[in-house]
Design a protein around this ligand. Structure first.
Ligand SMILES: NC(=O)c1ccc[n+]([C@@H]2O[C@H](COP(=O)([O-])OP(=O)(O)OC[C@H]3O[C@@H](n4cnc5c(N)ncnc54)[C@H](OP(=O)(O)O)[C@@H]3O)[C@@H](O)[C@H]2O)c1
Length: 525
């Protein structure tokens, strides 16, 4: 530990409201960069004396000097490696030597390392546990008793949206952040009644920070969007004393809610595919950059493929509507807008019937918009992205209101639902068709047997429910011996085949690169 030898006296004005509220200085860990630096700036602006902790001496000292000069506060720099077992004693000694008592503790320090668990450096993995979990626990243990005795104080833990789901390729990091979140929420329960304000802060991707550089993660355009560190800090300071826990950003909140309601296996698998897709895209970029110059846009033709898929799905649905339904119903079904024929809905002519197949087009509006945002709206221009997304939602809402109103007016709602379902099935089949060759490449006889067993198991179990519902519920037939025998067979046979399929799957040796192939496909879409 090195404490800076600088003048400790600053001509400060009155003790600030914030210093009064927390009864002492603020201690910020990981203050030399990123979110910690933004915390330091925001608290200095509120007139709080600071103890800044980090291992980056140069930046920390420069920040402390700048904040003292600008805000007329005391800012003590304590240079320490928080992964070390004696780090907390060093921090304590630094604050005592400076004669500062700590009223607000910002447990911000933390880092992540991206990559498959078995390929990560074990020293880094243990380091994440030390820095992200052990250090905040020990710091909180060191400074909280005084806060409780004073009956005022504040504690913030910087967790992450990664705490809301198990995250393959960020497995250890995400687990440390769950630790932080659960710990701080439990402390909120224990300490609030002693006058200590406690908050868990969960940011999503935040810039500018050095987090991604150190983590080596490939995410540049995350689903939750990218926030500025000052906004994240403002969210935390506004929520401190008001809430137990806060997630920064509406999109991050939405993702956190979504991953809570989805089955966890689905969340884990899609996260894995997301990262594997990004990895493949990155290595493709690296390979291509090595081999030949690349065109500046449409990195790997993903956009073109996505649009082609939508067009094919739309045309297929329209074709089914126009040709197949016309043949089946002996009426020519065609999109016939009201301004061409005001009586389209009541024409006696059997050759013309109003059709809803264009709902396929409506379904694709948000998907197309998402592709356009991803491919064309500059990554840095968050405002442009938000404006485009808002415009798209407005257009979609207008079309749904307008066409939806017509459908309801002419009692076409069931038909519309059927077209949405057909569109989804067509889209799903096209996606399946794309994946199939890659999937088939890894199909061994054992894998095939597992797939068949799973398919038949699903059929049996579904029939065990559907059959009685149809016979007894819909048709009003009494329970029959045949039905009971059928269920007595379907249920155990279904579970047996399901277990067999699982067993066969675990016995199948992993086909090298299969995950990579799937990841590639997921990454393309
Ligand atoms: N940025 C994001 O997208 C994001 C998202 C969610 C949550 N978070 C969380 O936000 C917190 C702050 O991260 P950030 O994004 O601001 O990252 P950052 O820019 O890297 O800031 C972290 C600071 O802590 C320092 N540090 C790292 N290990 C240390 C150690 N052992 N001892 C002392 N100091 C150490 C870093 O120094 P070096 O740079 O020299 O390592 C850096 O100055 C972390 O807890 C992180 O998990 C960040």
């Amino acid at each position: 530990m090195n404490k800076l030898n600088r003048s400790s006296h600053c001509d400060k004005g009155d003790v600030s409201e914030w210093s009064e509220r927390f009864g002492g200085a603020a201690l910020v860990t990981g203050a030399a960069s990123g979110i910690g630096e933004a915390f330091a700036v925001a608290l200095a602006a509120r007139g709080m004396d600071l103890v800044l902790v980090d291992w980056d001496r140069e930046r920390l000292e420069a920040l402390a000097l700048a904040l003292e000069a600008e805000h007329r506060i005391r800012a003590e720099a304590v240079v320490v490696d928080l992964a070390q077992p004696d780090a907390v004693q060093a921090v304590r000694a630094g604050t005592e030597a400076a004669g500062l008592s700590i009223g607000l503790l910002i447990n911000n320090v933390g880092y992540g390392v991206y990559g498959p668990f078995t390929e990560q450096d074990p020293v880094e993995q243990a380091g994440m546990v030390d820095v992200n979990c052990r250090a905040p626990v020990m710091l909180t243990r060191a400074f909280t008793p005084d806060m409780v005795a004073r009956r005022r104080g504040g504690i913030v833990f910087v967790s992450s949206t990664a705490a809301y789901q198990p995250t393959p390729h960020f497995a250890v990091y995400a687990a440390t952040k769950v630790f932080d979140l659960f710990l701080v929420e439990a402390l909120w329960g224990e300490l609030t009644r002693h006058g200590v304000e406690v908050l868990g802060l969960s940011p999503g991707h935040t810039r500018p920070t050095r987090f991604s550089e150190r983590a080596g993660d490939p995410v540049s355009n995350p689903p939750g969007g990218v926030a500025r560190r000052e906004e994240v800090v403002a969210t935390a300071l506004a929520a401190l004393g008001q809430k137990r826990s806060v997630i920064h950003g509406l999109r991050n909140v939405a993702v956190a809610v979504l991953v809570r309601v989805l089955p966890r296996t689905v969340v884990i698998q899609s996260t894995l595919r997301y990262f594997e897709g990004l990895d493949l895209a990155c290595s493709k970029v690296e390979d291509d950059a090595r081999d030949r110059p690349r065109p500046p846009t449409s990195l790997d033709g993903r956009f073109a493929r996505a649009v082609a898929r939508m067009l094919i799905a739309f045309l297929a649905v329209s074709f089914i509507d126009l040709v197949v339904c016309s043949l089946l119903t002996h009426k020519l079904r065609f999109w016939f807008p009201a301004w061409i024929d005001a009586r389209w809905d009541s024409r006696p002519d059997s050759w013309v019937t109003y059709s809803q197949s264009y709902v396929a087009g409506i379904v694709f509006i948000p998907m197309l918009a998402a592709e356009v945002i991803r491919e064309f709206v500059p990554k840095a221009a968050a405002a442009a992205r938000t404006a485009f997304a808002t415009g798209t939602v407005a257009v979609l809402a207008f079309i749904v209101w307008w066409k939806g109103g017509l459908m309801l007016q002419y009692h076409k709602e069931q038909e519309a639902v059927a077209w949405v379902a057909l569109t989804a099935v067509t889209w799903g089949l096209i996606r399946l068709g794309e994946k199939l060759p890659a999937r088939m490449a890894g199909v061994t006889p054992l894998r095939l047997a597992a797939g068949l067993a799973r398919g038949v198991a699903v059929f049996f179990l579904v029939m065990a429910v559907v059959d009685p519902v149809l016979c007894v519920g819909v048709q009003g037939l009494p329970w029959s011996k045949g039905l009971i025998v059928e269920m007595g067979f379907f249920v155990p046979a279904g579970f047996f085949l399901w277990a067999l399929a699982r067993r066969l799957s675990t016995d199948v040796p992993e086909v090298q690169c299969e995950g990579a192939i799937e990841g590639n496909i997921a990454g393309e879409t």
